[in-house]
Structures are given as structure tokens and as C-alpha cells.
Design a protein around this ligand. Structure first.
Ligand code: 3H9
Length: 691
């Protein structure tokens, strides 16, 4: 055995050389791995071995370049040197894959002459998720082995494919039971059968019949989903180059486009997000040994849109759910909506009709809260009324078994007050799902003053298990996400009175990259949420719209008027009249408002509020705020989230604009956060700020 570098060693199993990589946690291609690969192939080629197997220790094959190295000066050797040594080796090189062969890791495997993997292995080029493209020849090799159509799908989604699919498309050559034995046996066969030393770069057979329309059709198909992102288009251009140029020229094109992306802000934002999402799972001060409660059954109170959506998350991962509603009719209605949601997914091919039945079979409905007695976690999802919530929690306290976690899905209310209705405030926690709860990834986990470590650990862990992105925060009105949203709402409402059309405000935010603006969002949620006909006094535009029968998308009329068939939104002169008349009654002078002003007045109060949330220690770190906004509201990931975006603009400029609006418009939401001022003077940043 020879230790070639700190993470790579060379073993021999009789006639077969085995290069072993051990660079935990994910065997990323740090400089010492690259060095070890290069030296390993060189040594093995000089030795008596007849073939070479490349295999990894730990939980996975190489999962890509070491992202932490991207910000530093590149250290030799380059990955290409190691890849060239493999590809041009005079002895068969076999990559043995378990776990995930991702990014640079798959690009290394593509330089082996053959690839074998275990059944559970997966293969992908996820660079697009980091705002990049595979920059180690992957863009030219993958299409040569899978064909352009498959490569387009893999590289623009970044999602890995399983071993059976990889085998079917030629990406791997064999699925083996025991990785090392299987790979060694394959290597011996390659020698005994004198299998050719296949270099993917030399192949063109799978590209020859690429239809010319493939690329534009594909672009059109992903346009909506990838709006604003540069990397998907750059990945497509690389595959076009693979089809239209020879290998070396294609490689040059790949390098040019890779450099473009690597030096741009989008990839920096997306790499920042990669680590932000993982950082959010780390809770300072929470003892590592804290054991979460095992959630064998979950209870949900409320079968409305939220309750039903939340229930689906649990049923999707096989956890039985008890949904309780106050009357049979509402329960039946709620369960019918859940079924309809599943059936829609099945009709689109997302799940099978058996899955629909299995999942519905896991959801049992009841009108008796007594059925929560055997639940390990109960999530209350009724409408936002403190008195109601307190009486529910008092009841849950009497019903639920000791050790159960009692969660509220409130989007704004005080968890401490809710907990005070129970004799076990340590078991009470906020689990704020975002609508639609079965789709949106965001989960704000809200800790009250008394919430125990066990409750926090349980909520974070179960959140991950049901596929959410949990972020822990403290108690305040609206927590992280909605508290910032409220600030945007104040300015948006003011601007429509001052003369900006709701559709203009929405358009500016849409162009910025958000899925929709505040008025389209209100229409979607329903204008009458929290509206009471008996107390409505025409005090806001929203009240006026409700009073004139406009309830949002649900009745086809809100800030916009909706086409009954296509649901397309059109600005409505009647709404403009209502707004103009209201502004006049208020004595507000109307004027032209520029797009830049709209953007600043919508987004800077959010940044300011985010900073206040940080200084009040409601959020643990600036990057947590970004994770909330990206996953909860569709803030464009390629700008990194509101905190990272503000840092990119420059906090000095942000502070100057906030102060400008504080003096011209005023209001508490414009009073600048002392944290921003502090960070300006220290040249610090919001996105790296940690409490
Ligand atoms: C690339 O390859 C570019 C090339 O084309 C060009 C070359 C020239 N680097 O996710 P986990 C850390 S771009 C550094 O919790 P899991 C991660 O931060 C790369 N660190 O584990 C975490 O650290 P901590 C293309 C990395 O089991 C720890 O490892 N590849 C990297 O849930 C565990 O991670 C990718 O984009 C990395 N590449 O999932 C793959 N990867 O414990 C990115 C992970 O301190 N990685 N870390 O928080 C993944 O998708 C998942 O980590 C993986 C494991 C599926 C592998």
C-alpha cells in the first residue's frame, strides 16, 4: 500500500491496482485528491498491474469539485491533468461508484474506460445548481455517451439519475452487488477479453442524429422554470458545442463559458446559497446528543388548505396522519381536496394511482380531538385567532400523551402566548408552513422562550424528513418571512395611492425575479383573508375592494380581473378608479413613480427589517434570512436572497437610500437598523453576520 497524498492511496489486489480516495465527508476533489489521482494512475501504469480500479471510501464516490476552493487561488495539479492520465492510460481504468458521482466526480468517472456502480449509486452534473456548468470536460463527454437530449435534461436540472437509468443510457457499463469485488472482476474481464480502452472523447455515434430543433424546443420547455438564471442556458450552449464542434474545440467553448459563469455574481450567489441551506440546520447551543421524538403518527387540526397540504407532506413519506375538523362536512371537503391534489399529480405522472391510494390510506379523518391521544406530533392549522388557538392548545394539553410535540402553524402569532395555555410550554413550538404547504419547501420553526431542545430538534429533523428546508427563528410578529413581507406591503400600498398602478409594482418585482408581486399575491391568497364585512370601514384599498365585492382570484376579481377560462390577469379600470378616489379623499398627490423607486421602496424596507430581525436575534444568521426568502417566497436564488443582494449592492449605498426614504417618506420601517450602520462602518456584511 502506498499513501500517495493525504487522501489517496494505492493498493494492489494481485494483478489489479486499486486507487482509493478518502476525503470525507463527500470525497470532494481537493488539490490533494487531484494530486493522488494523478500520481496513482502514473504509478499504477508503471507497475505490474494489468488494470486499475478507482474506488472511494466512506459514504460516496467523488461528489464534485471542492466548492470551498473556488474562492481561492487554484492549486496544482489541475483536474484535467489527472483526467488525461486516466483517459490516456495504457491499462484499462474502471471507476467503481457508490453513493453519488456528481459534478467533477462524474467528470472523473467519464475519463475512465469503463464504469460500474452499485444499485443505489446515482449520477449527476449538478453544477447548474451552483450557477455553473461542468468545467472538467463533462459538457463534452456526457452528451457523447448519453446523447444530447438526456444530457440536456441532466445538466439543466442538475438532478442525478439512478443506476438503472445510467445503465440504460450507457453512462455505466454494469451494476454490481459488491462494489470492490465487482469492479475488480470487471477489470480482470477487461484484460482477459482485451476489451478496448474506450475514450468517450472519441465517440460521436450518439450525437450524429441530434435533431436540429432539439435545442430550441428544449429552451422553450424550460423557459418559465429557469427565468433569470444564466447557467441553464450556458449548459445548453455547451451541449450544442458538443454536437457542432470537435471535442477539443468543444472543450475550449466549455472553458470560456465556465469562466464567464464562475466570475459572475449569479454563481457566487448560488454557491453562497448551497452553504446557507446547510448552515441553517446548525443550531448553536443545541447539544449534539439531543434525541428527537420519533414521529410515528402525526395529528393535524384543521382540514383547510393549510391543514390538508401539511398532511400530504407526512403521508408522502409514509407517516400516518390523523386530521381533525370540527364538523364532518368540512372534513369531507378537506379530504376531497387532498385526494384531488394527489390525483392531479398522478394524472401528470408524478406518482402512480396506487401511490394515491396508499397515501390517502395513511390519512384518517375525525371530528374528535380525542384521536390525537396517540400522536407524537400535533400541528394546529386553524385560522389566525389567538383566543381560538389558546383554547385549542389547552385542549391538546389535556388530550395529548406526555412527550408529544405540540406545534402551531401560525404565520405571525406569539408562540409564547399560545404555549401559556398549556401546562407544558416546553413542548410547544411553531411550525410555519408556506402555502401551498405540500409544495413550498420553506418551514419556519419558531422557538418560544420555554421551547425545549427536544422540541426544536424534533421539528428541525421531521422538517428535513418531509422534504422541507427548516430554519429556526424566534418569536416576533410575522417571524422572519412575513415580518419582512409586511414592510414591503406598507410601501406597495403607499405607492399605488401615490400613482403607481398595482400592475406596474407587480411587474417591477416580477422583472427582478420574484414569481409575482404583492398585488398578484394578495389576489391569489384572497383579499378577504382577515377581512370582516361587519367592521370594514373603507380604511384601506384592500377593504374598499372587498366592499365592492372583489375577493381576488377566487371570484375572478381582485386587484386584477381574471379570465374565467385562462385565469389570465388584466388590470381593471374600476380598481384604478377606486384607488384614485381613495387617494383624493386622503389628500395624496398622485405622480409618476419610476421603476427604480418602486424597486427600492419595495425591497429596501425588507433589507432594513431583515437587519432588525438579526439584531434582535430572531434569526441566527443573515444567511438564514436568505434561506427563508428563497424557499418561502421564491426570491430569485441567483441574487442570493435579500441579505446577500444588499451586500452585492453595497451596504453603504443601501444605507444611503434607506436614510433618503426615511427623510422623504418616513415611518418606523424606514428608520435605519443600527446593525446596517454598524456593518457599514466595519465594512461587514449582512449575509455573513451571525449572532
Ligand atoms: C464541480 O464539480 C465543478 C466541476 O465541474 C469543475 C471542476 C473544474 N465541496 O450535503 P451534505 C459539504 S462543482 C465542498 O450535508 P448529504 C457540505 O457543505 C460541485 N464541500 O451531505 C457539508 O458540510 P458540513 C458539484 C462539500 O449526505 C458536508 O459536505 N457537486 C461539497 O446530505 C455534507 O454535505 C455538487 O454540487 C463540495 N462539493 O449529501 C455536489 N459537497 O457538514 C454538492 C458537500 O460542514 N453536494 N460538501 O455542513 C451535494 O449535493 C451533497 O453534499 C451530497 C451529499 C449529495 C454529495
Amino acid at each position: 500500500m502506498t499513501q500517495l497524498s493525504q487522501s489517496v492511496r494505492l493498493d494492489f489486489e494481485d494483478d489489479i491496482a486499486i486507487i482509493r480516495v478518502e476525503n470525507p465527508p463527500v470525497n470532494a476533489l481537493s488539490f490533494h485528491v487531484r494530486q493522488g489521482l494523478l500520481d496513482g494512475v502514473t504509478e499504477a501504469e508503471k507497475s505490474d498491474a494489468t488494470a486499475i480500479v478507482l474506488i472511494c471510501e466512506g459514504r460516496t464516490f467523488i461528489a464534485g469539485a471542492d466548492i470551498t476552493e473556488f474562492s481561492g487561488k487554484p492549486q496544482p495539479p489541475s483536474l484535467q491533468e489527472a483526467q488525461d492520465a486516466m483517459e490516456n492510460c495504457s491499462k484499462p481504468v474502471i471507476a467503481a461508484v457508490h453513493g453519488t458521482a456528481l459534478g467533477g466526480g462524474l467528470e472523473v468517472a467519464l475519463c475512465a474506460h469503463y464504469r460500474v456502480g452499485v444499485t443505489s449509486s446515482q449520477y449527476g452534473l449538478p453544477e447548474v445548481k451552483l450557477g455553473l456548468l461542468p468545467g472538467a470536460g463533462g459538457t463534452q463527454r456526457l452528451p457523447r455517451i448519453t446523447g444530447a437530449a438526456k444530457a440536456l435534461q441532466m445538466m439543466t436540472s442538475g438532478d442525478p439519475i439512478p443506476a438503472d437509468e445510467a445503465l440504460a443510457c450507457g453512462l455505466i457499463d454494469e451494476i454490481v452487488d459488491d462494489l470492490e469485488q465487482g469492479a475488480v472482476a470487471f477489470a480482470r474481464r477487461a484484460v482477459s477479453e482485451q476489451m478496448p480502452l474506450l475514450r468517450i472523447r472519441d465517440r460521436n455515434d450518439k450525437l450524429a442524429d441530434t435533431p436540429p430543433s432539439l435545442f430550441d424546443d428544449f429552451r422553450a420547455g424550460i423557459a418559465r422554470k429557469t427565468r433569470g438564471f444564466l447557467a441553464p442556458e450556458y449548459n445548453i450552449r455547451c451541449i450544442e458545442a458538443a454536437v457542432n464542434l470537435d471535442f477539443e474545440d468543444g472543450l475550449k467553448r466549455e472553458q470560456e463559458l465556465f469562466r464567464d459563469l464562475m466570475t459572475g455574481t449569479q454563481s457566487k450567489a448560488q454557491q453562497y446559497y448551497f452553504f446557507a441551506e446547510r448552515a441553517a440546520l446548525k443550531i448553536p447551543g443545541l447539544p449534539k446528543e439531543t434525541e428527537p421524538v420519533d414521529i410515528a403518527r402525526c395529528g393535524i387540526l384543521g382540514a383547510g388548505t393549510m391543514g390538508g397540504g401539511i398532511a400530504m407532506n407526512f403521508a408522502n413519506v409514509g407517516i400516518p396522519v390523523t386530521i381533525v375538523e370540527r364538523d364532518q362536512e368540512s372534513l369531507d371537503r378537506g379530504l376531497a381536496v387532498v385526494r384531488a391534489n394527489y390525483e392531479r399529480t398522478a394524472a401528470r405522472g408524478g406518482i402512480t394511482s396506487d401511490d394515491v391510494e396508499t397515501r390517502m390510506g395513511l390519512i384518517s379523518g375525525s371530528t374528535d380531538m380525542g384521536n390525537f391521544a396517540d400522536c407524537d406530533l400535533v400541528i394546529e392549522a386553524v385560522f389566525e385567532n389567538m383566543d381560538l388557538k389558546k383554547s385549542i392548545f389547552a385542549e391538546l394539553d389535556a388530550i395529548c400523551k406526555s412527550g408529544a410535540i405540540l406545534a402551531s402553524n401560525t404565520s405571525a402569532l406569539d408562540i409564547n402566548e399560545i404555549a401559556s395555555a398549556t401546562s407544558r410550554p416546553e413542548a410547544v413550538i411553531g411550525m410555519h408552513f408556506f402555502s401551498p404547504a405540500n409544495v413550498m419547501k420553506m418551514l419556519e420553526v419558531v422557538r418560544g422562550d420555554a421551547t425545549s431542545d427536544i422540541a426544536i430538534t424534533t421539528a428541525m429533523k421531521i422538517g428535513r424528513s418531509i422534504g422541507k428546508t427548516p430554519v429556526l427563528c424566534g418569536v416576533c410578529h410575522g417571524f422572519v418571512g412575513n415580518r419582512m413581507l409586511f414592510m414591503r406591503g406598507i410601501e406597495a400600498e403607499k405607492m399605488i395611492l401615490e400613482g403607481a398602478a398595482p400592475s406596474r409594482v407587480d411587474q417591477v418585482l416580477f422583472d427582478f425575479g420574484l414569481p409575482m408581486g404583492p398585488f398578484a399575491m394578495s389576489d391569489l391568497a384572497g383579499l378577504d383573508i382577515g377581512w370582516d364585512e361587519t367592521t370594514s370601514s373603507g380604511a384601506t384599498v384592500r377593504e374598499l375592494l372587498c366592499e365592492s365585492g372583489r375577493r381576488g382570484q377566487k371570484n375572478g376579481r381582485g386587484y386584477y380581473t381574471y379570465d374565467p377560462d385562462t385565469r389570465a390577469a388584466t388590470p381593471d379600470p374600476e380598481v384604478e378608479e377606486i384607488i384614485a378616489a381613495f387617494a383624493e379623499r386622503q389628500g395624496i398627490e398622485r405622480r409618476e413613480i419610476s421603476d427604480q423607486e418602486i424597486l427600492e421602496r419595495c425591497l429596501y424596507p425588507m433589507v432594513n427589517e431583515g437587519a432588525k430581525i438579526l439584531s434582535e436575534e430572531i434569526a441566527i444568521r443573515g444567511s438564514d434570512v436568505d434561506v427563508v426568502w428563497i424557499n418561502g417566497y421564491g426570491w430569485p436564488m441567483y441574487t442570493g436572497g435579500p441579505m446577500f443582494w444588499a451586500d452585492t449592492i453595497g451596504l453603504e449605498e443601501v444605507a444611503e437610500r434607506i436614510n433618503h426614504y426615511a427623510s422623504t417618506i418616513g415611518g418606523a420601517h424606514w428608520s435605519i437598523s443600527p446593525l446596517i450602520e454598524q456593518l457599514v462602518s466595519e465594512q461587514g456584511s449582512l449575509s455573513t453576520y451571525t449572532n
